[in-house]
Design a protein around this ligand. Structure first.
Ligand code: UDP
Length: 374
């Protein structure tokens, strides 16, 4: 099968890195980068670190409003799809690149394959929810990561072409897990962070990421800044790997963070995984980080009111808690999940017990795409 894969953001580069090796040899793959994330920290580093191929086509459509960005991608994708004439157009996740890829293909009558189909927050104020609903309803192959995603699709009347394949990101995390177990990796991360003066000890820090549109509204920025400042402590700082879009809002609104919240630039993939493994706990609004923390066994507070990854919460044995932006709740949960006096030994136990198996999603997707009728 001739497949055009459309990527554009950090998590899509990461998912493509998990899938492309399984596609190669069985399918011919044309790699298109919309450029939704374009800079070194959000894109360049992942091409190198994860051995991604150079894109066959780069649209360079970063920035702008939701509509401007999506429109630019649609206009850029149409001639490429017309020229490439693929048997399938593969899109990942829930970004504007997902929406544009699915829509451009469907308008040309080309079959769409959606990786991470069926996720729902049931909140249409989220741009991600709109993107994923539209992509699902345009797709011939719907690759669902969880049983809940399959059930969500069924409740919208979508049953044909649905494949429960597992989670691609687990496949990549499993591949990388042997390289992050040794806490000596923390020395490399200190160098990656430059002269930040941070001394990273296993269990001696909390790792945080924040990037969702909902958490970039002024009141919410103040709320999560207060939450992180509250849980950070001397001797157990919060390392906040800040998405550039979130940093802009933080600086524009002059929001102050406590002295033990250390803002750092976004990290590469392996460093992000390693910080999650060796942290006392993870605090995040990211879907990917949330699941990675679960696979690594690290306690995780989800800084949103809801999550699409209900299985991750249900299967975490209480280690993953959706706390929203409630600072009191976050502090109380952390006392239970990552007590200060035990976090060093808990982190060491976690690292030595780490045995993460792949989900098999990459192979299942590559196999399902061999059948043109889904
Ligand atoms: N990630 C990374 N560097 C960072 C923060 C996150 O490599 O500084 C990785 C993280 O380990 C996960 C992915 O980015 O693999 C998650 O992407 P993101 O949080 O941007 O999007 P989401 O998963 O919410 O769609």
């Amino acid at each position: 099968m001739r497949i055009v894969s459309v990527v554009g953001t950090r998590p899509q580069l990461i998912k493509a890195a998990a899938l492309l090796p399984a596609l190669h040899g069985r399918h011919s793959d044309v790699f298109v980068d919309t450029g939704q994330h374009w800079d070194e920290q959000m894109a360049g580093v992942f091409f190198r670190e994860l051995d991604l191929p150079r894109p066959d086509h780069s649209l360079g459509v970063g920035g702008g409003s939701q509509a401007q960005q999506t429109a630019g991608m649609l206009a850029g994708l149409e001639p490429i799809l017309l020229a490439e004439r693929p048997d399938a157009v593969l899109v990942y996740g829930d970004t504007n690149s997902t929406l544009a890829g699915a829509l451009a293909a469907a308008k040309l009558g080309l079959p769409v394959a959606h990786v991470e189909a069926g996720l729902r927050s049931f909140d249409r104020s989220m741009p991600e929810e709109i993107n994923r609903v539209v992509a699902d309803h345009l797709s011939r192959w719907l690759f669902a990561p969880t049983p809940t995603a399959v059930a969500n699709l069924a409740s919208e009347g979508v049953r044909d072409g649905v494949h429960l394949v597992g989670d691609l990101m687990q496949d990549l995390a499993a591949r990388a897990s042997a390289t992050i177990r040794d806490p000596a990796i923390l020395r490399n991360i200190e160098s990656e962070l430059g002269d930040s003066g941070l001394a990273l000890r296993p269990g001696g820090f909390l790792f945080a990421t924040i990037h969702r549109a909902e958490n970039r509204e002024t009141a919410r920025v103040r709320a999560w800044a207060a939450l992180l400042s509250r849980v950070a402590a001397p001797g157990r700082p919060v390392i906040l790997a800040l998405h550039p879009g979130t940093r802009v809002v933080l600086e524009r609104e002059s929001v102050q963070l406590g002295p033990d919240v250390r803002v750092v630039d976004p990290l590469g993939y392996r460093s992000s995984l390693a910080l999650q493994l060796h942290a006392a706990a993870v605090l995040t609004d990211s879907g990917g980080v949330q699941r990675e923390a679960a696979w690594l066994g690290t306690p995780c507070l989800v800084l949103r009111g809801t999550t699409e990854w209900v299985e991750a919460v249900a299967e975490s044995a209480g280690r993953m808690v959706v706390v929203g932006l409630d600072a009191d709740r976050a502090a109380t949960e952390l006392e239970g999940l990552a007590p200060r006096d035990r976090s060093v030994s808990l982190a060491a136990q976690r690292a030595s017990a780490l045995a993460l198996a792949p989900s098999g999603a990459a192979e299942s997707i590559a196999t399902a795409l061999e059948s043109p009728d889904a």
